[in-house]
Design a protein. Structure first.
Length: 349
C-alpha cells in the first residue's frame, strides 16, 4: 500500500488560513492578516512541542494508518476528520479514519493512545464523546471501531463500542478485556511463532579477510549470508526474509553477537536471537504480532527514547510489511495464529 501523492505545501496553508481566519475576518490579500496567521501558527506549534500528550496522540494516529496499511487487508485508508463538515440535526464527532477492506467492507475508526504501567488500569472514554462517534458511523451506515494502542506493552486492539462497559458516565475497558475482545484480525493481524533460536551468519571471502589491528578493528566485506532456525539452515528466500524481519522487529532478544576468527583473521559475524523466557512444554515460541513489529519499526523512526521527534514518516506502509506467501511451507518452521474476539472471557488481575 502506498500513500496518495499530494502537494500539502501548496494547498494546506490556504486551507488552514481559511479555517483560522473564518472567525477572525481574515482577508487573503491583507498582509497584516497573513502576519497574524503566521504568528498564531508559530505559537501553536511551539506550544505543541511541550505538550507530550498531544504529540504522542498525533503520532499514534499517524502510526495506525501505517499499521493498517502494512497488515495487507485494506484497499483504502482515508483521514476522515479533516475539512469542513455541515450537519443538520444530531450532534456528532468524526472518527479519525475511514477504511475500505479488500472484501469491500467499510469501517470508521477512532484512534486512541493509552500509556499505563498497570494492566488493571481502565481506559475510559466519555459517554457523550463515544456515542457521538458511533452516531456519525450510524449516519454513514457503516460499523464503528476504536483502535486502542497500549503503548507500554506495544499492543494494538480494535474494538466495537459493545466491547466497552458503561459505568459512571464513561465507557471503560481494561487490558485483559481488550485483548480478549480484540478484532485486529479484521485488518490482517496475526501472532507469529517459530522454533528457537534464529541465527544469522555473515561470512567474508577468506582471501580478503584481515586480522584485527592494534585498535581492534578490521575491514570486513560480506560475501555470503546464512540463516538458521534451530540449527537448520533456511534455504528459501521467503524464509530468509521472514527470519530477518523477525530478528529485526520481533520481541526475541539478541542472545549472542560474536566475531568468527580463523587463523587470526576476521572471517565472519554471528548473531543469535531467542525468547527471553521460553514457554515450557511447547515446541514453538511466539515472536510477536505483526502490528507490534510494524509499531516497533515506526517507533525507531519517530521516537528518541520516550520523546516524539516526528509525527509521521515519508515512507509508504509497504516498507513495514512482512510478506509471508499464502500457504508458505518453506524451510523456516512458522506458526501463524489469528485471534478471534471472545466476549465470554471472565478474568481478574
Amino acid at each position: 500500500m502506498k500513500r496518495k501523492k499530494r502537494n500539502p505545501e501548496k494547498f494546506d496553508p490556504v486551507e488552514l488560513f481559511t479555517a483560522i481566519g473564518r472567525d477572525r475576518g481574515y482577508t487573503i490579500t491583507a498582509d497584516s492578516d497573513v502576519d497574524d496567521f503566521v504568528e498564531r501558527v508559530g505559537r501553536s506549534l511551539k506550544s505543541s512541542q511541550t505538550n507530550p500528550t498531544l504529540l504522542h496522540g498525533k503520532r499514534t494516529e499517524a502510526l495506525f494508518a501505517h499499521v493498517a496499511g502494512a497488515l495487507g487487508r485494506c484497499r483504502l485508508i482515508k483521514q476522515e476528520d479533516s475539512g469542513s463538515v455541515f450537519i443538520d440535526g444530531q450532534d456528532i464527532e468524526i472518527p479519525d479514519y475511514r477504511l475500505i477492506l479488500n472484501d469491500g467492507s467499510i469501517y470508521l475508526v477512532e484512534v486512541k493512545n493509552f500509556h499505563s504501567y498497570d494492566f488493571r488500569t481502565e481506559f475510559t472514554l466519555r459517554r457523550d464523546y463515544l456515542e457521538k462517534l458511533a452516531a456519525y458511523a450510524a449516519l454513514n451506515g457503516v460499523p464503528f471501531r476504536v483502535a486502542l494502542y497500549f503503548s507500554n506493552p506495544n499492543v494494538w486492539v480494535l474494538l466495537p463500542k459493545e466491547a466497552f462497559t458503561l459505568r459512571g458516565g464513561k465507557y471503560r475497558i481494561d487490558f485483559v478485556q481488550a485483548l480478549a475482545r480484540n478484532d485486529m484480525a479484521l485488518l490482517g493481524d496475526r501472532t507469529i511463532a517459530t522454533l528457537p533460536d534464529l541465527r544469522i551468519e555473515f561470512w567474508g571471502d577468506p582471501t580478503e579477510c584481515s586480522a584485527p589491528g592494534p585498535d581492534g578493528t578490521a575491514p570486513f566485506t560480506i560475501r555470503r549470508i546464512r540463516v538458521f532456525c534451530q540449527d537448520q539452515e533456511i534455504t528459501d528466500d521467503p524464509g530468509k526474509n521472514i527470519a530477518f524481519y523477525l530478528t529485526r522487529l520481533g520481541r526475541w532478544e539478541e542472545k549472542e553477537d560474536a566475531a568468527v576468527i580463523e587463523e587470526g583473521k576476521l572471517v565472519g559475524l554471528r548473531f543469535i536471537f531467542g525468547p527471553r523466557e521460553p514457554a515450557e512444554d511447547q515446541e514453538f515460541q511466539i515472536v510477536g504480532t505483526l502490528s507490534a513489529m510494524v509499531s516497533r519499526a515506526y517507533q525507531e523512526m519517530t521516537m528518541r527514547e520516550s520523546d516524539v521527534v516526528s509525527i509521521d514518516v515519508k515512507h509508504d506502509p509497504d516498507i513495514f510489511s512482512l510478506s509471508i506467501p499464502e500457504g508458505y511451507r518453506g524451510s523456516l518452521p512458522l506458526w501463524q495464529f489469528i485471534l478471534q474476539p471472545n466476549y465470554d472471557l471472565q478474568a481478574g488481575m
